[in-house]
Design a protein around this ligand. Sequence first.
Ligand code: SF4
Ligand code: SF4
Length: 87
Amino acid sequence: MSYVTGRTRGGKEWTPKFVKAIDPELCIGCGRCIKICAHDVLAPAEVDEEESAKMFAKVENAADCIGCEACGRTCKKDAFAFEPIAA
Ligand code: SF4
Ligand code: SF4
């Protein structure tokens, strides 16, 4: 299968890996990934766990992702999954 590819400024081909999911079991809601994404793909979310509310990150605008994986690199909990998309 061939995937959507991009080119670096120098002309080298690369394969973007787009954000697929954030594991809410691993995410601690630190917000680092939300801050680092330059394309406003991620947003905070709140989940009610009985009495206490827990914050975590969610994929809000998946269609705006450019597949840079910066969010995954900044996540200390390794909560991200990425995938290339078919061309
Ligand atoms: S960087 Fe990781 S742990 Fe922090 S909010 Fe994002 S997904 Fe959650
Ligand atoms: S891969 Fe890049 S563009 Fe996509 S959500 Fe992560 S930081 Fe944003």
